[in-house]
Design a protein around this ligand. Sequence first.
Ligand SMILES: [Zn+2]
Length: 201
Amino acid sequence: MALRTSQAEVRMKNRSELRPVLLAVVLYGSLELLVTLISLYTRPPGSLVGVFRSVDTIPSHLFLLALGGVALGLLSGLAFRRLDLGLVLLILSVVVLTDLDHLPSALGIDQPIRPTHSLIFIAVAFVLVATVIRRLDLSFAVMSGFFAHLAVDTGLFPPFSPVSFNYYSLGNYQLVLIALALSSALAAGYLSKRRTITVKY
Ligand SMILES: [Zn+2]
């Protein structure tokens, strides 16, 4: 009986640990769709229009992104000797969800290229997760997934979308993007571990 109670407690604890992570995933996905929608109206007429990636390359691209996301989550756990599956799940989700901004072109609607692959977007997402969920470790996990995605993508990006649609190639900054993804994952892992220690004592 006592064992059953403790198992129930563990289940409840796991569920309450997972809830803020799922909320962060929903917030990020919603912000993706909102900024994509805004960009349809704020892009200047005649600005570059995105073309949807050919369908047969999508699975391999997504797989590569997902693999990078899982690797970052595991690394943050390894570095601080505490595997946080919530962080792994969040980084993985953000890495994949960042391409939700291709939705209009998938639906045949003219849209600017990569409207959410922008510094303004990640700044808003970081602050949103930090203020709504009040978990800085989750904000850093979001940032890690975002920069990992940018490091894998190639081509043109609008760093100040949806305010400005000037496009730049980030090819020269790939190492910077990887360093940002790694350091954000480590910050997330550190804050997550510190949080559990604070909760325990
Ligand atoms: Zn992308």
